[in-house]
Write a protein that binds this ligand. Structure first.
Ligand SMILES: [Zn+2]
Ligand SMILES: [Zn+2]
Length: 366
């Protein structure tokens, strides 16, 4: 028996379906039969070679849902409850965080541990089935497995995808107070999930600045009070003025950047009020420099400026619990606007890059 998986040979190279030997779990590990994986902006960046340290060839797909096919020794959730064969699960896509380096122990910044590896991003296809665009995934010993809670099916979970814990982490960093006005820059999956969690964190109003129209409609469905289409309002000063017009002329209490455009950071600092908080989570790749005025944007503004890199298991766990509780109010499943078979991975990447989809999923039987 062989297992099919999509291989990204290198930046700009065509994707190819390869056959691999059926994996066997290492002691303490497991093998999942993939149900769905995601197609996200990260995969587009990977295909353009915009991330450093990627060991091509890789099998893309970092956040995925699957059924446990085989384990080698007992597998349990964080409460110690056994996870049996057939169970529908996701897993924390990061492994190898050492718990013993300076970053882990002294700084307590696990997302900056230099030993951290990510499924589908920093794992080579030569090391096994360590990406979700495949019929099966190998879970290495120590990978944290999270059974999907009752009511959360694969499609609902993948409608959140990696944007769910990332948006959750950004909102946690933002420290939103009850009644705050929150601006989210960017209407991709991270921005949409940040808007959801801002509402759940008690925001008095949530404003989303982004594009295209379909994603802004999704933002409205997810409870955004107002949206601004950046293709219609192309002038940065006009966009900041739009925010001030909705915040008594002062600017927003909290701004979360989830757009990926360096220019958005300067713009966001124009949108945030004096002594407000600004979280930058969207600059996942190095898209270039931007000019700030340190006097006006930082010092005199008395702003709190925070970066936000990746997420920890804690964010995935709690975000998934919130999804289970609020899935009727925020229909994450409706964010999935297209599903692709493994054979159609190239089309999936092209559609994601052209923003023709809100959230795209891929799988052996999508
Ligand atoms: Zn470490
Ligand atoms: Zn992703």
């Amino acid at each position: 028996m062989s297992v099919r998986a999509v291989v990204m040979e290198g930046p700009g190279r065509p994707l190819a379906l390869h056959a691999f030997d059926e994996p066997r779990p290492a002691p303490g590990g497991a093998v999942l039969e993939v149900v769905l994986s995601e197609v996200c902006g990260t995969d587009v960046h990977l295909h353009h070679g915009r991330l450093a340290g990627v060991p091509y060839p890789i099998i893309p797909g970092h956040v995925s849902v699957g059924r446990v096919l085989e384990t080698n020794g007992p597998l349990a959730d964080v409460d110690g409850r056994p996870i049996g064969v057939g169970r529908l699960v996701t897993f924390y896509d990061v492994f190898g965080i050492c718990g013993s380096c300076w970053h882990c122990l002294v700084a307590r910044a696990a997302t900056r541990c230099p030993h951290r590896r990510v499924y589908g991003i920093t794992t080579s296809a030569a090391d096994g089935l360590l990406g979700g665009w495949s019929e099966q995934i190998e879970l290495r010993p120590g990978v944290r497995v999270l059974p999907l809670p009752d009511g959360v099916d694969a499609r609902t979970f993948m409608g959140g995808g990696c944007g769910l814990p990332t948006g959750f982490h950004a909102v946690e960093r933002a420290g939103i107070a009850l009644g705050d006005t929150v601006v989210v820059q960017g209407s991709g999956p991270v921005g949409l999930n940040a808007a959801v969690f801002a509402s759940l964190a008690g925001a008095g109003a949530v404003l989303v600045v982004g594009a295209p129209a379909e994603r802004l409609l999704a933002a409205r469905r997810l409870g955004a009070d107002d949206v601004l289409d950046i293709t219609e309002t192309a002038d940065s000063d006009a966009r900041a003025a739009w925010v001030r017009a909705r915040t008594g002329g002062r600017g927003a209490d909290v701004v979360i950047e989830a757009s990926g455009h360096p220019g958005a950071v300067r713009e966001g600092l124009e949108m945030v009020r004096d002594a407000g908080r600004y979280v930058v989570v969207g600059q996942y790749t190095d898209a270039g420099d931007v000019t700030l005025n340190p006097h006006r944007h930082l010092n005199r503004k008395h702003v709190t400026l925070l970066g936000c890199w990746g997420y920890e298991y804690s964010h995935l766990h709690r975000a998934t619990l919130m999804m289970a509780r609020h899935r009727e109010r925020f229909r994450w499943d409706e964010l999935v606007t297209r599903s692709y078979a493994l054979e159609d991975a190239a089309a999936a990447l092209a559609d994601m890059e052209a923003l023709r989809v809100v959230k795209a999923v891929i799988g052996p039987r999508p």
